[in-house]
Design a protein around this ligand. Structure first.
Ligand code: GAP
Length: 437
């Protein structure tokens, strides 16, 4: 399949099957934001759950946090965002469109109208959304929608460290919304003005920074592979010095091979002691750590893996999308890992029939508390299998007329299309084994 075609097909599937809709579509859409439909919300929740599980549940050195989106405006002065969270902006004098200067094609032609030499000088544009808190809209009431969740972690460093009784090396993980007034949002949910980030700040002693930076680069790469992205569609790319964010001495992107080329999926940054030091200065609070064993005090260094949940979901969709021919017909399927698939098990009565309905409901009621299920009895069984393949459902359970006699059902596997007959009283265990294999 040609690569641009892949993107178009995934975007179409997302719209057609209720994964992702253009925001405010009945008003013509809002270009830079998207809404998640019934399957999309399940997939995104599973992506976030898989991240949380690997970061918090399976480790005893990382704890969670859920900080507010609106924070004291001084936070963003201390963090450097008011001064330095900018992108270079140019206008095309001919068509008046705006672009990021560092995203322009090498030809120098305007991507919108094709004019050459039509751009204004680049000026720095701050990406933070400004708002006002309270009823008075003066400068004293200015607040920002957070452009990253990390600062909520830094300002709570002492609260968490003391209450969770953690010593470096330890981490704080958070998932939440972030907002950036991107100059050129685009590529579907790849770059939007409202998105969700999954960020973890890992606090270490200064001399341990480089070692943990390497560790988290490898660990994050491994996470994507473990959840089904082929290794050859991922790579680590260290940033050149002129690309580094204002807080970083070293950053590597985990890049994914998108249909338009290699691009950032996740960033792993060595933020040194920049953030804690700046917040100490601006707040007057001592954010250093006293290491009793070594009898020394230091400001911890921070290694940060930061990943967008929406962008991550796009990468999983692109990697999972397959088309194949089965008995002369096209079959579209999402080969999603069962931990990510929106629906784990579909329950399909062979036909809409009053003798099959009670057993189908019995099976659905048995499975519902344990798995995310979908019950579908509309259309031919072949068509219903295809519908489930297309949204990535790993297993289908078919209730047929033999079920009425033998109390067994057919379990069909999405990828191999193989079918097994399984007694209803062994079904839960059987499905659990298949889904965790
Ligand atoms: N706290 C570090 C930080 O914010 P970042 O590289 O600017 O780092 C982290 O953002 C991740 O968030 C990116 O790797 C990407 O996955 C995601 N991301 C950033 N901007 C985004 C946008 N406008 N739309 C969707 N995802 C975005």
């Amino acid at each position: 399949m040609a690569k641009p075609d892949l993107m178009e097909r995934v975007v179409n599937l997302c719209k057609r099957r209720g994964f992702v809709f253009p925001s405010s579509e009945i008003y013509g859409g809002f270009r830079s934001t998207w809404d998640y439909g019934p399957f999309g919300v399940l997939l995104k929740r599973n992506v976030k759950e898989a991240w949380w599980r690997s970061m918090v549940q399976l480790r005893d050195d990382i704890v969670g946090l859920d900080a507010a989106i609106l924070m004291h405006p001084r936070v963003w002065e201390a963090s450097g965002h008011v001064q330095a969270f900018t992108d270079p902006l140019v206008d095309c004098r001919d068509c008046k469109e705006r672009f990021r200067a560092d995203h322009l094609p090498e030809s120098g032609a305007c991507p919108n109208c094709g004019a050459k030499g039509s751009f204004t000088e680049a000026r720095q544009f701050n990406l933070m959304f400004k708002t006002h808190v309270g009823p008075v809209e003066d400068e004293g009431a200015v607040a920002y929608l957070r452009p990253e969740s990390a600062q909520g972690i830094f300002v709570n460093f002492l609260n968490v460290q003391t209450t969770a009784r953690k010593k470096p090396p330890f981490g704080i993980a958070q998932i939440g919304k972030a907002f950036r007034n991107e100059i050129t949002p685009g590529n579907f949910i790849f770059r939007t003005r409202e998105f969700e980030v999954m960020e973890m700040e890992y606090f270490v002693s200064p001399e341990d920074g480089p070692r943990w930076y390497e560790y988290w680069c490898q660990e994050r790469l491994r996470w994507f592979v473990e959840l089904g992205i082929p290794e050859d569609r991922l790579r680590l790319r260290p940033h050149d010095p002129d690309e580094l964010s204002h807080y970083s001495t070293g950053t590597s992107d985990v890049e994914f091979a998108y249909p338009w080329g290699w691009g950032e999926l996740e960033g792993v940054a060595n933020r040194t002691d920049y953030d804690l030091r700046r917040h100490s200065e601006y707040s007057g609070q001592d954010l250093s750590y006293y290491d009793q064993e070594a009898d020394r005090r230091y400001v911890p260094h921070v290694i940060e893996p930061a990943l967008g949940a929406d962008r991550c979901m796009l990468a999983f969709l692109l990697a999972a999308y397959h088309e194949e021919e089965v008995r002369g017909e096209k079959r579209t399927l999402l080969r999603l890992d069962p931990r990510l698939a929106p629906i784990a098990v579909a329950v399909l009565p062979l036909s809409r029939n009053e003798r099959l309905n009670p057993v189908a409901h019995e099976v659905a009621d048995l499975l519902r508390p344990r798995f995310m299920i979908d019950v579908d009895d509309a259309g031919s069984i072949g068509r219903r299998y295809r519908r489930q393949d297309e949204v990535g459902t790993p297993l289908c359970v078919t209730v047929d007329f033999d079920t009425l006699d033998d109390r067994a059902v057919t379990v069909r596997d999405r990828d191999s299309m193989s079918q097994d007959r399984v007694p209803i009283d062994k079904l839960v265990q059987h499905l659990e084994e298949l889904l965790s294999a």
